[in-house]
Design a protein around this ligand. Structure first.
Ligand SMILES: [Zn+2]
Length: 159
């Protein structure tokens, strides 16, 4: 089983990363403004480092987030990733939302994750254009833009 994951991981990341001097495998695909890589899989965007963790080490434990021991957000080297308590991370709430999203994504029901929320909040696109791009309703985009609790949005409208 672990071997299977390993192979999938190679296929997924082989041409999207480069080895840095510090031993980090830096994601070379799309990265969000915070430097976290993102991979879109069947229309759903995943955090690249989270995907890397999931594919090589298995499910992220409940209440945990994937942390970079190397403090390099673009790194997808499984050896540099560990699951940690949410409290370990200053991005506490946002990470928690993202952790839930991956659970949701695993069931194929999740439409947005934290990367998308950040994209929505930072993008200059119209709500309608973003909604089309992300495959969600315009009203959801508008609500996220207005800053109405992302965790609330995630639980009741997306997950
Ligand atoms: Zn690293």
């Amino acid at each position: 089983m672990a071997k299977q994951r390993e192979m999938n991981w190679e296929a997924m990341f082989a041409d999207r990363m480069r080895l840095s001097e510090s031993g980090c495998l830096e994601f070379t695909g799309y990265c969000n403004p915070d430097g976290y890589g993102a991979i879109t899989c069947r229309g759903i965007k995943h955090g690249a480092h989270r995907l890397s963790y999931l594919m090589t080490k298995g499910p992220i434990p409940d209440g945990c987030v994937v942390l970079h021991e190397c403090d390099n957000p673009g790194c997808v080297n499984p050896d540099h990733l560990r699951a940690g308590e949410v409290a370990d991370n200053v991005l506490d709430m946002e990470e928690k939302g993202r952790a839930r999203k991956v659970v949701g994504s695993a069931h194929g029901q999740s439409k947005l994750d934290e990367l998308d929320v950040r994209l929505i909040r930072s993008s200059k696109e119209t709500g309608a254009a973003l909604a089309r791009q992300l495959g969600v309703t315009k009203s959801l985009v508008c609500r996220i833009r207005r800053g109405i609790g992302w965790s609330h949005v995630g639980e009741s409208n997306v997950a």
